[in-house]
Design a protein around this ligand. Structure first.
Ligand SMILES: [Zn+2]
Length: 285
C-alpha cells in the first residue's frame, strides 16, 4: 500500500464513544486530554514544527471540542481558539510535520471547517447544534430536527501517460515552474473512470483509455478525498482549456525523475501531495 500525505493517523477514532456524552465530557475535562488548536483553520505549531497540543487547563470549558480519537492513554480533540502567534497554514506546516501528527490535524481541520460553515440547517435555515462528538449537527427547529453529517468531496487526480511520457499541467496560480497532475471534482452520476476521462478531455483535450486506481489521500482544504489514478492516453494532441490551465505538456520519464530529484525542467508538487506520489510511482516503474 502506498502511503500518502495526511494519512497514517495513530488515533483510534472510537466511534462508539461519540454517542456517550458523559464519557466524552469526562475525557475532555481530564488531564489526559490533548487539544489540536486552530486559529481560522490554521493549527498552532511548536518550534519543532509539530502540533502545539493544548491541555484542558488551556482550553476554556465553554469552547466546543470535536472528539478526534484515542491514542496511548490520551484523548484527542480539536478546537478553534482566538488569534495566536503560533498559528501556521497547514500546507506550510505539512512540509515538516511528522506523518501521524499531520494526519490528526487533517482530520481536525476538515471537521472544524465543516462546523464553521454549517451553523444553519440546509433544509429550513434554523440554527444547528453539534452532536455525536462533532460528527453530526442537528437542526434546533422542533418542526425540522434534520441531521447533518460532515461531508467528504471526491476528487479524481490522474497521471496521464503515453508510453515513456506523462502529461502535466499548470494553473495560473501555481508558483513559477510548477507542473502537476490534472485533477477535478467527481460530479453527480459519474464513476471515477468517467470523471478521469471527462476532466482530462476538458482540461487538456486528450482522450484516455484505461484508467487504473493507484492510491488515495484525504485533502483537508477543506474536505476532499483525492482519488489517485493512472490513465493511458488514447490521443496525444494537447488543447488546453485556458480557463483552467495556463499550460500542459508531455514530459519524459527522465525529466520526471530529474524533477523529483529537484533538478528537472519543471518543479513538482511537495512530497505530502498525492500528485508527488503518483509521479514518483510512475517514474520508478
Ligand atoms: Zn432544519
Amino acid at each position: 500500500m502506498l502511503t500518502t500525505g495526511f494519512t497514517g493517523s495513530p488515533l483510534d477514532r472510537a466511534d462508539q464513544l461519540r454517542n456517550d456524552s458523559a464519557a466524552l465530557e469526562a475525557l475532555r475535562s481530564g488531564s489526559e486530554a490533548r487539544f489540536a488548536a486552530f486559529v481560522d483553520l490554521r493549527p498552532l505549531v511548536d518550534e519543532l514544527g509539530e502540533p502545539r497540543w493544548l491541555t484542558n487547563s488551556e482550553v476554556p470549558a465553554e469552547l466546543y471540542a470535536i472528539f478526534l480519537g484515542l491514542h496511548d492513554g490520551n484523548a484527542y480533540f480539536a478546537v478553534s481558539v482566538p488569534p495566536d502567534e503560533h498559528a501556521m497554514e497547514l500546507r506550510t506546516a505539512a512540509a515538516r510535520m511528522s506523518p501521524g501528527n499531520l494526519a490528526i490535524l487533517a482530520q481536525a481541520r476538515s471537521l472544524l471547517s465543516w462546523h464553521a460553515n454549517h451553523q444553519h440547517c440546509a433544509k429550513c435555515g434554523a440554527h444547528t447544534q453539534p452532536a455525536k462528538g462533532g460528527y453530526q449537527r442537528i437542526c434546533e427547529s422542533e418542526a425540522c430536527r434534520a441531521e447533518h453529517f460532515p461531508r467528504t468531496d471526491p476528487v479524481v487526480i490522474m497521471l496521464v501517460t503515453d508510453g515513456d511520457r506523462c502529461l502535466l499541467g499548470r494553473q495560473p496560480k501555481f508558483p513559477p515552474g510548477y507542473y502537476s497532475t490534472l485533477a477535478g471534482f467527481v460530479e453527480a452520476g459519474e464513476s471515477i473512470e468517467e470523471a478521469v476521462a471527462r476532466e482530462v478531455f476538458e482540461e487538456a483535450g486528450v482522450s484516455v483509455s484505461r484508467v487504473s486506481y493507484i492510491a488515495s489521500q484525504p485533502w483537508p482544504f477543506p474536505s476532499s478525498l483525492m482519488i489517485g489514478c493512472f490513465a493511458e492516453a488514447a490521443t496525444t494532441e494537447i488543447q488546453i482549456d485556458a480557463t483552467e490551465l495556463e499550460d500542459a505538456k508531455w514530459f519524459t520519464k527522465g525529466e520526471a525523475r530529474a524533477a523529483l530529484a529537484g533538478a528537472g525542467p519543471f518543479k513538482c508538487s511537495p512530497r505530502f501531495a498525492i500528485s508527488y506520489t503518483l509521479l514518483k510511482t510512475w517514474a520508478e516503474l
